[in-house]
Structures are given as C-alpha cells and as structure tokens.
Ligand binder design. Structure first.
Ligand code: 13P
Ligand code: SF4
Length: 301
C-alpha cells in the first residue's frame, strides 16, 4: 500500500479529517480534505463531523481549531512547526496601550499565540481584516503582531487611528523589490500579486494585494496570463492547478516558510496511526481566547 493509501485508510478508521494551508508541500495539499487560507480553515474547522482534525499548518492554526472546537481532537503532524510572527507581541505592551488610549480595540492577527488572543478584543485574518476593523465601533486600533498588515489596513481605513506593533513575517519581509523588478523585466505583461504581510515598498508596486485565497481568486479572474507572486511558494500548487494555461513566477530567492514545509506525508501518517502531537489547551486559556475568534467569525460573515 502506498503512503497516501495508508493515510486514506487511517482517516476512515480513526474518523479523521485533514485540513491544510496553501503553504504546505504539494503532496500534502493533494491528500487534504480541505485546503485554504487561514480564514477559510478556521471557518471549516467549526463545521466538521469527524472527531479528529489533523491540521497541516503551523501551531497557531491548530491551536485556533482546538480553541473553537474543544471537544475535538486536534493533531499536528509536527509540533515544532510554528509561525515566528505569532510571538512578536507582548502582553505588557497591550496593557500599556489600553491605559494610554480610551476606546482602544486590540485587534489580533490570527497569526498569534493563544496568550495574545486572550488579551485581544477581536481576531482577524488577512482575508477579513479590513472589513472587521471598519465594522468595529472603536476609533483607536492597536494591531498586533504584524506591522505590515497593520499599515495595509490603516491605508484602507484612514478614518481610524492606528497604534503599531513591530512584528513581521520573516518570509514576506525578505521579498526584495529588486528581485520583483527583475521578474517584471523578463515578463513585462505580468501582474504583481502580493500578500499584505509584505513591506510597503513591495505593496506599492503591486496590482493586487490580498490573502492567499484572494491571490488565487484574483489570478483566476484576471484577463492577464502571467503573474509575479509575492507570497510563500506553496500557493503555486493551487494557482497552477486552477489555471493550467497561465504562468506564475516567484522572485529568484523563492519565499519559503520552512515551518510549513516541515509537514510530510510520513508525519501525517504517524499522527493518524498513534494519535500523537495532540493540542492541549487549559480551560482558562481557551475561555479567554475563544471570544476574539468567535467575534471574527461573526463580523466576517
Ligand atoms: P493567509 O491568511 O492568507 O492564509 O496567510 C496566512 C499566513 O501565514 C501568511 O503568511
Ligand atoms: Fe508565519 Fe510567515 Fe510562515 Fe505565514 S509565512 S506562517 S506569517 S512565518
């Protein structure tokens, strides 16, 4: 039996379902029951009939699924797959901002630890952040942890006052303007599609800025036949699957999230087989962090 057949069998036997983010390796996306961006995956996670969720992504994703579904078993193929940015804010700074500004909403990117969510008013993902921030009654917004996404939202919501935090995604931060210009030189017709975690200079030269699923949807609808993609290279799989006639280019230094790439078929099979790497969250932390996630699901509808 091949490893993918083994995984299929184990899924049935264990009443399990596989969720995968667009950044994981293609062979994992191929065996997943649901593939998507972080907003889609958090929505899907609350409507599953299976008892066990195998989350092929980084820890904040599995953690959010567990917070929203405490009665389910959430397994991570690799417990060390983490998002560096998720830790780039601290509770003291949140408390200080709350003291400083009346009417402050602490808006937390879903790429954050459960502890940070616990101290936030609402969560967002890159797919729904603008809509949610606009809908909040608060005038002052402290956005954690990502400064790039914060600035992108602030540009779309100029009527609100933003307080910034110095977190960033090490993968998107490294995408170089010079390398994009080089691709544009070779493919002058190509449109530049960018994730909002990229720095301002990259966003400014882009034709479209959006979440991973936003980028995929835009590429599908656009008349254009060629695209320079400024996000993690895992999205190539879905872009090419949906648009076999179109061409997708990445910068010479391809953006790779090594944590997302830690997920392998063997690790998926192993956790299905032995139930290892289960996410556990204390009831206190779960209770504290669930409402920002639920508020996101409500406001994003
Ligand atoms: P999406 O919300 O677009 O899936 O992005 C998640 C992420 O980790 C981007 O680096
Ligand atoms: Fe985190 Fe960046 Fe990896 Fe996304 S690409 S999971 S933001 S480190």
């Amino acid at each position: 039996m091949s490893i993918t057949e083994e995984i299929k069998e184990l899924k049935k036997e264990k009443n399990a379902v596989i969720l995968a983010h667009y950044y994981v390796n293609p062979e994992i996306q191929e065996i997943a029951d649901y593939i998507g961006d972080s907003y889609y995956l958090s929505k899907v996670a609350v409507n599953l009939k299976q008892q066990t969720i195998v989350f092929c992504g980084v820890s904040f994703m599995g953690e959010s699924a567990k917070i929203l579904n405490p009665e389910k078993t959430v397994l991570m193929p690799d417990m060390s797959a983490d998002c560096a940015m998720a830790h780039m804010a601290d509770i003291k700074t949140i408390q200080k901002a709350r003291e400083e500004y009346e009417d402050l909403a602490v808006v937390c990117y879903i790429n954050s630890t459960a502890e940070l969510k616990q101290h936030s008013d609402v969560c967002v993902t890159s797919a729904n952040a603008v809509k949610i921030v606009k809908a909040l009654p608060n005038q002052n917004i402290f956005f954690i942890p990502d400064r790039n996404l914060a600035h992108f939202i602030a540009e779309q919501v100029p009527e609100k006052h933003f307080v910034y935090n110095e977190g960033y995604c090490p993968v998107h931060e490294e995408i170089q303007v010079q390398e994009i210009l080089k691709e544009k030189e070779h493919h002058p017709q190509a449109e530049i599609l960018t994730h909002p975690e990229c720095p301002k200079a990259v966003r400014e030269m882009s034709d479209y800025i959006g979440s991973t699923s936003g980028i995929i949807a835009y590429a599908g609808k656009s008349e254009c036949q060629e695209f320079i993609i400024c996000t993690e290279n895992g999205v190539r799989f879905e872009l090419e699957r949906q648009n076999p006639a179109k061409k997708f280019y990445f910068t010479k230094t391809e953006p790779v999230c090594h944590d997302m790439k830690k997920i392998t078929l063997e690790k998926v099979r192993n956790v299905l087989e032995n139930g290892g790497n289960e996410i556990h969250i204390t009831e206190e932390l779960r209770k504290g962090s669930v409402s920002p996630l639920e508020r996101m699901l409500e406001l994003a509808q």
